[in-house]
Design a binder for this molecule. Structure first.
Ligand code: 3H9
Length: 706
């Protein structure tokens, strides 16, 4: 073995007569400009060097190549472009082989497709996930993949963005062989040697015949177009992917590449790309809470859950699914049996859908234990309380935990809005108390607000983040206040929706406008799904402390007084005849709203969908900015991730704070000031927005690392 020149981020080494080119650009070998230059140089050098018979291309570290360098998007392009690098590889007159381990995604797979042969080891995962970033494979992927594996399989990969393992890649024809070991270098060298021994020719994917059956290809493209038009929910890039594959079928390769480039640039320019890439980085940034940098998480090998209601059972399922043993505490045997039944119902649902076997359920449930005595928690490393939302009840639970739990146990509350500082102050070990706010259904919803009270130890916060990772949740660090990040902001835009309803918009119009913006449901549908009684109980509890000057819309109370709590009672804002899951508008509700308008002396006026969304978003953005301003959220991006993962905010808009920047904070502020003229108590511009607009700055400028 001899060493050749070392390019920036790419190493070259000669093994006998094979030039091994290793991309070494941590953390994921992304194809930044330095890698692109060095790859082109390496191919050039291999071609010129008489002592080189073939090239083996591999990645250093845990992955082959994670894709184009996403950080470069939106900045001026730096040559050579990735398509040019792929073309250079493909044009090489000596065989180029890629050996793939770990991720070969996006541009990474496109490099592999441009090579002449491909081998994958067992842990390889291959995919073209550009669609998840609002893009399409823009380095020849839309032209080479269909030629290699056919239009149908290529469209499936590109439209779903899914990753395939080595075996599936082999079955699809994406790779030529799967290595017997995980040793990517030796598997690759063996493959190249075998090709050289067999005098295998240079084989170019551009000449592959995967589109030879033109009728089948056309049918696959049309089917994908129909399916995508129906399901793409306003997304821009999926239909462009279909267009690009159509070009692969209809145009000569080089013309197809040019067409792909045009479509790629359109996607790159779209605000959806900016929103989706913001979401990609934001969901990684939230993991870097300050405490996780300098404190070590405590070990968690067993967990207690207090309460077997919907929330407690959902949390227990999330923990069980992560392989943790769970001890559930309830006040009596009947409640415990109900808690267990709630858990079993989740697993029975999976069995009914064929997603779990009875044996697997039985195996999971061996890790579940129930008790009516807190003493059963003596050895638990972490306990999560999920009892009734009442400070006295919670403090009584924490007094018990303080009594029985071992020193160093983490004591968590799942409260959605109560003062966790007050809960912590009621025990002898406030440093161990933290909020873990799960969202319902807790075993499914990804968001976990980690609510950090004043006295908590840093290692308890680090433990919460480590637990979130284990549960595959997305943790967002939040400070203590009424509703933390999510529910506090929700209360405000929900109120804005109520105001619009009383002023003349129907709940059905508001829901429709919100759905058209990209949310899966509107606020009144959400209320019907969650159960109107929950909000009603909260409103009654807070009636005494409500600001008498604040506008209070009573429509929801009138609906609840009739026992119309939503889906579970067959009617709420909507009618749900015969257990229907989708509601239909209810004229009686409309009449009731009319009566309330009259009672409140309001002459209803018409709202356009556009005005509805401007008010709805302005309320959300304004309170989101307040939450950042007061340090409840570390950065605007923490608000964004909260809404993306807990409230169905459309991902392609990046989150409410990103959306605010995209429409211009100055415009948002102008809206808020205009709305404030008629309702100054409700609409008070957030000092943060005012300050940023004065400085000409964006919310994104505050997204530095926590
Ligand atoms: C593309 O290729 C377009 C082309 O078709 C056309 C071009 C013309 N760039 O996820 P992790 C960072 S589009 C820059 O925690 P894991 C990430 O932010 C691309 N940075 O690791 C994080 O940084 P930090 C198509 C990237 O081991 C660090 O790497 N490719 C990129 O859990 C570790 O990331 C994709 O969409 C990137 N491409 O998972 C794949 N990727 O430490 C995107 C990651 O500062 N990437 N970073 O927070 C992934 O899916 C995962 O990162 C991967 C590793 C599976 C690779």
């Amino acid at each position: 073995m001899t060493s050749g020149p070392t390019g920036h981020a790419v190493r070259r080494e000669l093994h006998n007569r094979i030039l091994v080119v290793t991309v070494d650009n941590p953390p994921v070998n992304a194809l930044g400009v330095a890698v692109r230059c060095a790859l082109s140089d390496a191919i050039e050098a291999a071609e010129q060097d008489a002592s080189v018979d073939a090239v083996l291309l591999i990645g250093a570290g845990r992955n082959f190549i994670g894709g184009a360098d996403i950080k470069e998007f939106g900045k001026p392009p730096l040559p050579p472009s990735l398509p040019a690098v792929c073309n250079r590889i493909e044009a090489c007159r000596k065989p180029v082989v890629t050996a793939i381990h770990g991720a070969a995604l996006g541009g990474g797979l496109e490099i592999a497709l441009a090579a002449h042969y491909r081998v994958a080891v067992a842990n390889a995962k291959l995919g073209l996930p550009e669609v998840t970033l609002g893009l399409l494979p823009g380095a020849g992927g839309t032209q080479r993949a269909p030629r290699l594996i056919g239009a149908k399989a290529a469209l499936d990969l590109m439209l779903s963005g899914r990753h395939v393992g080595a075996r599936e890649a082999l079955a699809l024809g994406l790779v030529d062989r799967v290595g017997e070991t995980d040793d990517v270098l030796n598997e690759g060298l063996a493959c190249v040697q075998a090709l050289l021994d067999a005098k295998a020719p240079v084989r170019r994917t551009r000449e592959a015949d995967g589109l030879a059956d033109r009728m089948a290809s056309r049918a696959a493209i049309e089917a994908a177009r129909a399916e995508t038009s129906k399901n793409a929910r306003g997304l821009f890039s999926p239909l462009k992917i279909v267009d690009a594959v159509q070009a692969a079928l209809e145009l000569p390769f080089d013309d197809g590449l040019r067409h792909e480039r045009q479509l790629f640039l359109q996607c790159l320019d779209s605000p959806q790309r900016a929103g989706l890439i913001h979401a990609f980085f934001a969901e990684r940034e939230v993991l870097k809470a300050p405490e996780t940098r300098h404190a070590k998480a405590r070990a968690v090998t067993s967990v207690g859950v207090i309460g077997g209601g919907t929330m407690g059972a959902g949390i227990a399922v999330a923990l069980l699914d992560a392989g943790l043993p769970v001890t559930m505490i309830e006040r009596d045997d009947a409640s415990l049996a109900r808690g267990r039944a709630h858990i079993e119902k989740v697993y029975d649902g999976l069995i009914a859908k064929g997603r779990m076997t009875s044996e697997a359920k039985a195996a999971v449930l061996t890790r579940w234990n129930g008790s009516t005595s807190y003493d059963a928690l003596a050895s638990a490393d972490l306990v999560i309380e999920a009892v009734f939302e009442d400070m006295t009840v919670k403090q009584a639970v924490f007094a018990e935990l303080d009594r029985v739990c071992k020193r160093g146990a983490v004591l968590a509350t799942n409260t959605s809005y109560l003062d966790i500082d007050a809960i912590a102050a009621s025990v002898s070990r406030p440093g161990d108390v933290i909020g873990l706010h799960f969202f319902s259904p807790a075993n499914i919803m990804k968001l976990l607000e980690v609510v950090v009270p004043a006295q908590v130890s840093a290692d308890v916060v680090a433990t919460a983040f480590a637990l979130a990772k284990r549960l595959r949740k997305v943790p967002v660090r939040a400070g203590v206040c009424d509703g933390f990040i999510g529910n506090r902001v929700l209360a405000i835009y929900r109120a804005a929706a109520d105001h619009m309803m009383e002023d003349g918009a129907s709940p059905y119009q508001i829901d429709r406008a919100v759905r058209e913006f990209g949310f899966p449901m509107g606020p009144f549908q959400v209320s019907d799904l969650a159960g109107g009684d929950i909000g009603w109980a909260t409103r009654k509890r807070r009636a005494a402390t409500r600001d008498p000057n604040a506008r209070y819309v009573q429509i929801a109370d009138r609906i609840c007084e009739r026992g119309w709590f939503g889906q579970k009672t067959g009617r709420g804002y909507y009618l749900y005849p015969d257990g229907a899951r989708t509601g239909t508008p209810d004229h009686e509700v409309e009449a009731l709203i009319d009566a309330e308008r009259e009672r409140a002396n309001i002459t209803p006026r018409a709202f356009s969908d556009e005005e509805i969304m401007r008010r709805y978003m302005a309320a959300m953005i304004n309170e989101g900015a307040n939450v950042v301003h007061q340090g409840i959220a570390l950065r605007p991006l923490d608000v964004d991730v909260t809404f993306l993962y807990g409230y169905g905010f459309p991902r392609h808009r990046g989150g409410p704070m990103k959306y605010a920047d995209s429409v211009g904070l100055v415009n948002v502020l102008a809206d808020i000031r205009a709305f404030a003229k008629e309702a100054p108590v409700f609409w008070k511009p957030s000092p943060l927005i005012v300050e940023l607009v004065e400085r000409g700055a964006t919310l994104a400028s505050l997204n530095h690392s926590a």
